[in-house]
Design a protein around this ligand. Structure first.
Ligand code: PMV
Length: 325
């Protein structure tokens, strides 16, 4: 009753920003992401009759507290589906997602845990079922079941049965690159959970955010289909700015940006003015991700590294979906 799975993180080009149901994680809008090859988690789940509680190690360190509780709560879902409520597991995760790179390791973490856990206990899930299960650990993680571009369909039903990711185009459809720009961030973080909740509950701009989603999705999908980098980049950058605008309209207002975040955004726009096509996107934190094409890799990397306050730049290609080892 043991399985190992590897899952990559993903970067949203149309953001998931807001829940309509918190417990089983149902979003207020569809989102669309690119799975990234450079950042991943490998997890082994080993169910053993003789265990009386779960054990969780992350990068060879024994974990307790909030992270442990998240893992056991998620395994409870798997145990329940399998009708094996009293079967506990040894979970070993190795995380290749540096927290400093500003990626939520939750996406690759929950996708790998869902895949390894459901396989180890013998659930035999389809990709769609696996995405639905993964969603209940962390919303954005449901898109990491697939490689390349994936869309999380929000669904309509209250039980979440129609809320899961679907593949849009595989990793080898198009070699779009992403640079993760790491900043020296010393700032009290508003978690994505808290940020979404405050925004949905109070932001004067939230309805505007939702109104723009259908058009953004349509443009992004057309851009991906025709490998139209300008269209994809413009749509992703504008969607990111709209998401971040909602935080300024919340009560109390907040922003994830630092001065260095804005310096990177302005540098990316200056690159474009100089003929190098690059676009930015930003999640619930200060770090910036820059989209570019392979032929511009050298100049994009150098320009980003030269910005004062940038401590590292990590480059990534499109990545694969879940694999079992
Ligand atoms: O899945 P969570 O709770 O880590 O939320 C992710 C939210 C954003 O990263 C801001 C957007 C997204 O779609 O990934």
């Amino acid at each position: 009753m043991k399985a190992t799975a590897k899952a990559h993180t993903n970067i949203a080009l149309i953001k998931y920003w807001g829940k309509r149901e918190e417990k089983i994680i149902l979003p207020t809008n569809n989102s669309l992401s690119l799975t990234l090859d450079g950042f991943y988690t490998t997890t082994t789940v080993d169910f053993q009759e003789e265990l009386s509680a779960d054990i969780f190690t992350l990068n060879d360190q024994s974990i307790s507290g909030v992270q442990y509780d998240q893992v056991t709560k998620f395994l409870d879902l798997i145990r329940k589906s399998a009708g094996k409520d009293n079967l506990f597991a040894h979970v070993k995760s190795i995380n290749e997602v540096p927290t400093a790179a500003g990626f939520a390791s939750s996406a690759s973490g929950f996708a790998a845990l869902a895949a390894a856990g459901s396989k180890a206990i013998g659930l035999g899930l389809s990709d769609q079922e696996l995405s639905r299960l993964t969603r209940q650990g962390s919303g954005s993680a449901c898109r990491s079941v697939y490689g390349g571009f994936a869309e999380w369909e929000m669904g309509k039903k209250a039980d979440g049965s129609d809320s899961y990711a679907v593949p849009i185009a595989p990793a080898d459809h198009w070699d779009v690159r992403v640079a993760a720009v790491v900043l020296t961030a010393k700032m009290k973080k508003v978690s994505s959970r808290e940020g979404m909740k405050r925004t949905v509950d109070t932001s004067a701009f939230y309805s505007g955010w939702l109104d723009g989603i259908p058009q953004d999705l349509k443009q992004l999908k057309e851009g991906i289909k025709h490998r139209d980098f300008e269209k994809v980049g413009q749509t992703a950058e504008a969607n990111c700015l709209k998401m971040h605008a909602t935080t300024l309209g919340a009560n109390p207002p907040f922003t994830y940006w630092l001065d260095t975040t804005m310096a990177v955004m302005q540098t990316v726009q200056a690159m474009r003015a100089n003929g190098i096509l690059a676009y930015f996107t930003i999640d619930a934190g200060p770090n910036v991700k820059v989209l570019y094409l392979p032929e511009n890799e050298k100049s994009v990397e150098k320009t980003l590294r030269d910005i004062p306050g940038v401590t590292d730049v990590r480059l990534s290609k499109p990545g694969q979906g879940i694999t079992y080892l």
